[in-house]
Design a protein around this ligand. Sequence first.
Ligand code: FMN
Length: 358
Amino acid sequence: MSDPLFTPITLGALKLSNRIAMSPMTRDRAGPEDVPNDMMVEYYRQRASAGLIVTEGVQPSAVGKGYWRTPGIYSQAQIDGWARVADAVHAEGGQIVMQIMHCGRVVVAANRGYEADVIAPSALPCPDKVPGPDGVPAETAMPRALDADELPALVAEFATAARNARAAGIDGIELHASSGYLINQFLNPASNQRTDDFGGSPESRIRFPVMVLKAMADAIGSDRVGLRFSPGNPYNGMDVTDPAATFIPLLKAIAPLGLAYLHVLDMGLADLDTLAMVRDHSTTPIIVNNMLTAEKGRALIYAGRADAVSFGRAFIANPDLVTRLQAGAPLAKPDYTKLYTGEAQGYTDYPALDATAG
Ligand SMILES: Cc1cc2nc3c(=O)[nH]c(=O)nc-3n(C[C@H](O)[C@H](O)[C@H](O)COP(=O)(O)O)c2cc1C
């Protein structure tokens, strides 16, 4: 049998030439007005041999921004910027989906460069600090609790973001429901203490996330929509008690949507086999992530536990990661001091293998 990592796969409307996806990574390099710039076009172009690129988290609105220099997808200039990224990736034969990330309460006000609301399911601040413009961890802003009658407009904002991504020529979207951002804040009882239809029981906490997914699927087709989640992830103040109690109802509720894929950031929990839980309650293809090697990824696909794999950090310093894995070549290590700073340095200046040889 040929190596499954380098075998094509179809995920909904997405046709991947191999099963190695690039995991979404915020890199804080967008231009003025949160518009994708030349540097970003080049960065994604260099990595287009991935079977699928998932972009960094992209805010659907000004209110969705929490970090420094993250790109948006709500102005015409941002759409035009992303169109240049999509064109560059497609010219290299790649596929690219946009991760839609609304930070909710995880906002350092100085990161925005403008005044805007900070919203969350409940008026509870994020207990973790988040890097400010200078990279130093800073206190997050106090959010205000969303009124239930504001939620339809917020749902519509996500659908518009999905439409805008498609208008830019991006192949699909991935909803970020992990790591303590807005969708995760609704799912999790530590951040969602609402007493209306959107809080309390798991069935109520999943209501807003499911509405968002349905609206995005209606907007661009469910076969172009993915979902990222990580049960048991404590990041940004999430409660890690019994994640299955929330995620099983979520998986059941979204099963009829027929999404393109589920992107599972597997925390390797001792008391929950996350991939088995997802398979048991869903027939949607799984992209698995977190601290993988080619060997581990291959084994997961062979065992039928996942359909494709994603790599984050390995793609930072290895733009041609697929070629390197295929050749069994050594992997370059990223410069961790340049993750969120350095402009082109530590971003677009990592060479491909053929450029480093001889
Ligand atoms: C610099 C950096 C930025 C990240 N930004 C995001 C993000 O915007 N959205 C997201 O879902 N995950 C984000 N992640 C998590 C990665 O997508 C991935 O889950 C993580 O790095 C684990 O995969 P790996 O072991 O292959 O690196 C980020 C990780 C890194 C290192």
